[in-house]
Design a protein around this ligand. Structure first.
Ligand code: AMX
Length: 473
């Protein structure tokens, strides 16, 4: 009944939006007509011809439409604001934040099936939504949970490949090495070697993607237990869903931690296509590298401190604040500490964004989770103080385009509260989640036959000459 009420509210909203955006309405009709077929692959098979036709028509009828002017600033400025990629699974609005197939995070929290009534969304439901554009029923999500469970087997050589590294190797290095070892089982690579029609590429890509998503929690928890818990692995609990079981294999059985993991994996999954990890995955896959190779490359981008590693940096930075000033730090002291960080040439981790210009809704939903489950946690209170102190300081700096907190400003204190205190591990959690977005889009890349990515680069000479010509004409 609650689902029906929220669907009706959403329907009303979409009918209003129909006036300004006919495409939103088309999407809505698709969502409402979701059938009860519980096989995700057969649902995709139905959807693909219609989307292939849509892309063909778009190219044929509007191929010459201009999408904006490229300036020299954009070329030298990391391609900010340059439209250059097709990414179907999500879209990022600078003011409003991410929408997964048209749904905001609060809408996903309302509409996607949960493990218990009113609970956090199950990541399997988000995977279904990203792949099909339709909100799944609980039955469909349960079927997908079962399917992922049945695919979750990892050959011994994967663990041996990880064991070949010193325990001191960064968790992301160990995790990415495990993903590379999983690649040995790629069905896409085998099919390609034998010869496969382009129209069928998406099928082994689908198999690899679902296998990869299913197996990552095993590899990731192995890395965690190896480095931090003396190598004692915890077996899969078949009664649990994807997020709950991942928390369990890491060693956390508090039901609130299971809820946190479901929320965490859902919100970190996808953030349109231009961010470093998603774009890397997409670029590498465009060479027809299989999902394992593409995703391992994406992980290496995620491991950078300006991207996914920021979640590690935030908790380490917060702990350094506490070490130096104590938990009951005043706002004035905190402000001094932020300036000290900036003056030493470092960034304030967890603040700023390449696209967002407001507080990240992924931050906001984590804040709401903290207010509900851990309002008195001293580190959460420190994070709340930072929300007041950091944006004015970054604004005063004068060059920061977005002074507001991003997803990474909050995740560490939640994990830390439930006992996952090892900050160096946090980016691995981000990586497990990101597989859901990157692989969903990769299946569509193959289904739509997207081409090799190959933008044009130029030299400074070229830019100088081009600018001179432009000035004299
Ligand atoms: N602290 C200090 N300086 C910052 C800053 C921050 N949080 N955010 C931006 N700036 C600086 C930039 O370093 C840049 O300085 P420069 O001109 O001297 O090189 C200037 O402000 C302008 O940068 P921008 O246009 O506002 O941001 P951007 O698009 O170039 O970079 C990002 C975006 C996220 C890399 C940047 O805001 C940053 O370094 N933030 C801290 C790290 C972080 O939290 N990363 C995680 C982002 C989310 C994610 O991917 N997981």
């Amino acid at each position: 009944m609650a689902l029906f009420r929220s669907l009706s509210a959403l329907s009303r909203r979409n009918v209003q939006q129909q006036k300004s955006s006919p495409l939103t309405f088309v999407r809505w009709i698709q969502m409402q007509t979701s059938s009860q077929d519980t096989d995700l692959r057969s649902q995709l098979k139905e959807l693909i011809p219609e989307q292939q036709e849509r892309l063909k028509k778009l190219k044929a009828e509007h191929g010459k439409v201009q999408l904006g002017n490229i300036t020299l600033d954009m070329v030298l400025g990391g391609m900010r604001g340059m439209v250059g990629l097709l990414w179907e699974t999500s879209l990022l609005d600078p003011e409003e934040g991410i929408r997964f197939r048209g749904l905001s995070i609060p809408e996903c929290q309302k509409l996607l099936p949960a493990a218990k009534p009113g609970g956090e969304p199950l990541p399997e439901g988000l995977l279904w939504l990203l792949l099909t554009g339709k909100v799944p029923s609980k039955g469909q999500v349960d079927a997908l949970s079962n399917e992922l469970r049945s695919r979750a087997t990892v050959p011994d050589y994967v663990y041996k490949a990880i064991d070949a590294l010193p325990e001191t190797a960064h968790p992301m290095t160990q995790f990415a090495s495990g993903v590379m070892a999983l690649q040995v089982q790629s069905e896409f690579q085998q099919a390609y070697e034998k010869g496969i029609a382009k129209s069928k590429y998406w099928e082994p890509t689908y198999e690899d993607s679902l296998n990869l998503i299913a197996r990552l929690p095993l590899v990731a928890s192995y890395v965690y237990r190896r480095i931090f818990k003396g190598g004692q692995s915890i077996p899969v609990d078949d009664s649990l869903d994807y997020g709950g079981n991942f928390a369990h294999m890491l060693g956390f059985d508090n039901p609130v931690m299971h809820e946190l993991m479901r929320l965490y994996v859902t919100i970190h999954s996808d953030h349109e296509g231009g961010n470093v990890s998603a774009h890397t995955g997409h670029l590498v896959a465009s060479a027809l590298s299989d999902p394992y190779l593409s995703f391992a490359a994406a992980l290496n981008g995620l491991a950078g401190p300006l991207h996914g590693l920021a979640n590690q940096e935030v908790l380490l930075w917060i702990k350094s604040v506490v070490d130096e000033c104590g938990e009951n730090i005043t706002k004035e002291q905190l402000k001094d500490y932020v300036w000290k960080t900036l003056n030493s040439g470092k960034v304030v981790p967890g603040f700023g964004h390449g696209v967002l210009r407001k507080t990240d809704p992924r931050y906001t939903c984590q804040r709401e989770f903290a207010l509900k489950h851990l309002p008195d946690d001293p580190l959460f209170q420190l994070v709340s103080k930072l929300y007041e102190v950091v944006p004015p300081v970054l604004t005063e700096l004068g060059k920061v385009k977005n002074p507001w907190p991003n997803v990474d400003a909050h995740s560490g204190v939640l994990l830390n509260h439930f006992g996952l205190t090892e900050a160096r591990y946090y980016t691995v959690l981000f990586g497990v989640s990101r597989s859901i977005g990157i692989c969903s889009q990769l299946i569509w890349d193959r289904a739509l036959g997207l081409p090799l990515e190959r933008p044009k680069s130029v030299t400074m000479d070229w830019l100088e000459n081009h600018s001179k010509k432009a000035a004299s004409s």
